[in-house]
Design a protein. Structure first.
Length: 306
């Protein structure tokens, strides 16, 4: 694929020419530092959108690169870049489908003189609702280097940050839409909750010993595990003695995600040594196998979306 690359010399020449025009008094509105291009348009649903294009430089762009508690997607583009124009409908689709779940910025590398002409015209025609910016700097190389080592200066360039600021996707050239959507789904989905359920049958009529054991060992371990962030919650349900049932005790432990569950065995082993260095607290000096039989252990995962 042939990419439209940034010709820094061409850009600098145009900016110098723009300054001359300013001195002649023909473009006073664009010569002021931080001047913005103002326009309005409508999205595909006919809703009015703000096409105010904010100019940024190598300093004011830095805060834009920091996520604000959500995944952050940034696309660098220009109206003169044909691949940029070709991929724009895909960007608009992503923005629409993930509205409110991610922050999406588009940063144009057009010449500042185009801020109220080609840039706003194109965004209006496309029905874009992404927040638009225009990079105005004499040192684009420094800006490019500060964003990603994978960016050699070609357009388009797209970078995806997770909510902590880590780069999860960076591509020079047209985006791979399925890849970006897959990454976004991973980032905005809640982790899989893991629930472990153990069914226990009391044997030899030892209900008192069984209840004592679980309340003074099993529950205390999990109370401490919650404090340390090892588990999310737990439940202990004990049936009434003498009732005819396949099991008498239900033990439920919930983990916030699969990673916490995978760490549980080693964590609980160390926790038991710390809390019960001489063994579990027992009633009538009976071992657990004297009053219980594990009937079944079930592990289930569930995933939800924000």
């Amino acid at each position: 694929m042939i990419l439209n690359t940034i010709d820094i010399g061409r850009r600098v020449s145009k900016i110098l020419l723009f300054a001359v025009v300013f001195l002649l008094g023909t473009s006073l509105a664009y010569a002021q530092g931080g001047a913005d291009g103002v326009g309005n348009g409508t999205d595909a649903g006919g809703k009015k959108v703000d096409l105010n294009v904010v100019q940024v430089d190598e300093e004011s762009i830095k805060p834009l690169l920091k996520p604000n508690g959500k995944p952050l997607l940034i696309n660098f583009w220009a109206t003169w870049c044909e691949p940029c124009r070709e991929e724009f409908p895909e960007l608009i689709g992503i923005d629409k489908d993930y509205e409110g779940k991610i922050d999406f910025l588009i940063i144009s590398l057009d010449d500042p003189v185009e801020i109220n002409r080609d840039v706003t015209k194109f965004l209006g025609e496309m029905g874009s609702t992404m927040k638009p910016y225009l990079l105005r700097t004499l040192d684009e190389t420094a800006v490019i280097g500060s964003i990603s080592k994978d960016w050699q200066g070609g357009l388009p360039f797209t970078v995806l940050y997770d909510s902590d600021g880590g780069i999860k996707y960076a591509r020079q050239g047209k985006i791979k839409e399925p890849v970006i959507r897959g990454l976004l789904e991973q980032m905005i989905s809640k982790p899989s909750n893991v629930t472990v359920t153990e069914l226990v049958k009391v044997i030899n009529g030892r209900y008192q010993e069984a209840e004592f054991y679980y309340r003074n060992n099993w529950m205390k371990l999990r109370d401490e595990a919650i404090k340390r962030g090892y588990i999310e919650s737990y439940e202990l349900m004990i049936g009434k003695p003498g009732e005819s049932q396949e099991f008498d005790i239900i033990l439920i432990t919930r983990f916030s995600d699969r990673r916490e569950y995978d760490l549980a065995e080693s964590r609980f082993r160390d926790l038991i040594k710390e809390m019960f260095p001489v063994g579990p607290t027992r009633f009538n000096d009976l071992n657990p196998d004297d009053f219980r039989k594990s009937f079944a252990v079930k592990i289930a995962s569930s995933m939800g979306s924000n």
